[in-house]
Design a protein around this ligand. Structure first.
Ligand SMILES: [Zn+2]
Length: 333
């Protein structure tokens, strides 16, 4: 099969098109013909590399995959992460806490190619009416947002939630998941994307580049006590404002650090305001069924910004990094 692999970390040019052997499914695995693979910021991070990264090379990137079972042609979506299936965490349904958890496109080969072998439990049948491109744009970000809000922050109806970068994959998902759970949502975006953020269902929108009105102050104008939950995935650039925006006993839940990971916490505010900081990594396989049901019912709407052919994956990486897409960038295969 044809695949795009990286043999070294670096710029988009390290994505190399080459012929590789077809994957051979293990006894509990199925072979899937890939039709669409969505990009995530993770792909850019893994491609570029970072000092503490341990990653086997060469590697095929791509965590969000939709396609067809090679044997039957049935349309399917793949879970972006795979637990070992045997440990206590996996058997308890918390596979994203598995010590041997593997993400497609990271610890095992992903979707920038034509075929993939995955465990049978990774496969979700695609509901009718959901096309493969839209389906591929959904799993990682919606599962992440679900895990952040439902599992980690334990949101309840009537709570107020601040979502950073509502134009991003996780942001688009988090605004919708928070609304689905009956929350009041404030969403940040760059000025020209504020109206689209509102269109996702946000109750109020905040320009996160307005130097005259820092986000935490904008939040306090809308909710003087602060917010119950902050959905944080931006990192260093937004961290301080995230903490300042929290109400007493509020929860900051984070799943990423796109702008840097060297954040600081003023412990005086942490203890006196009884704040809670929570990490979130991917989500439970069983929750993906629930997310997909909500998408099929039209309660959650994945947003695709642009589709590139697989051969133009390097251009797609540049586009995601530089062009401020609203929604997901997807490779058609
Ligand atoms: Zn396990």
């Amino acid at each position: 099969m044809q695949a795009l692999r990286i043999h070294a970390h670096g710029g988009p040019e390290v994505l190399v098109a080459e012929a590789v052997p077809d994957p051979v499914p293990a006894p509990d695995e199925v072979l899937v013909r890939i039709r669409a693979c969505a990009l995530n910021h993770l792909d850019l991070t893994l491609r570029a590399g970072f000092p503490t990264l341990k990653m086997e090379l060469p590697r095929i990137l791509g965590s969000d995959i939709a396609g067809e079972l090679a044997a039957t042609g049935e349309a399917v979506l793949l879970a972006p992460g795979v637990g070992c299936g045997l440990c206590h965490a996996c058997l308890a349904g918390r596979d994203n806490e598995c010590r041997r958890y593997q993400m497609l496109g990271y610890q095992r080969d992903g979707g920038y190619t034509e075929l993939i072998a995955v465990p049978r439990r990774s496969v979700l049948p695609l509901p009718s009416g959901l096309d493969l491109t839209t389906a591929a744009s959904m799993p990682l970000v919606f599962l992440t947002a679900w895990n952040m809000l439902v599992r980690r922050a334990r949101v309840r109806p009537g709570q107020t939630v601040l979502v950073w970068a509502a134009a991003s994959g996780v942001g688009i998902a988090a605004v919708q998941v928070a609304k689905l759970w009956g929350c009041r949502v404030f969403a940040t975006a760059r000025k020209e994307q504020l109206e689209r953020a509102r269109g996702l269902g946000a109750d109020a929108v905040i320009d996160h580049y307005d130097s005259n009105l820092p986000v935490a102050r904008a939040v306090k104008q809308l909710a003087p006590e602060g917010v119950d939950v902050v959905v944080e995935h931006v990192g260093q650039a937004s961290w301080e404002q995230s903490l300042r925006a929290l109400a007493p006993n509020g929860v900051l839940v984070t799943c990423g650090a796109t702008t840097g990971y060297d954040a600081r916490v003023d412990l005086r505010f942490l203890f006196s305001r009884q704040l809670r900081l929570k990490g979130s990594y991917m989500g439970r396989r069983a929750d993906l069924d629930e997310v997909l049901d909500a998408v099929a019912a039209g309660k959650l709407r994945p947003v695709v910004d642009r589709v590139f052919p697989l051969a133009q994956a390097a251009a797609a990486h540049r586009y995601l990094a530089e062009s401020h897409p609203f929604g997901k960038v997807v490779l058609a295969i």
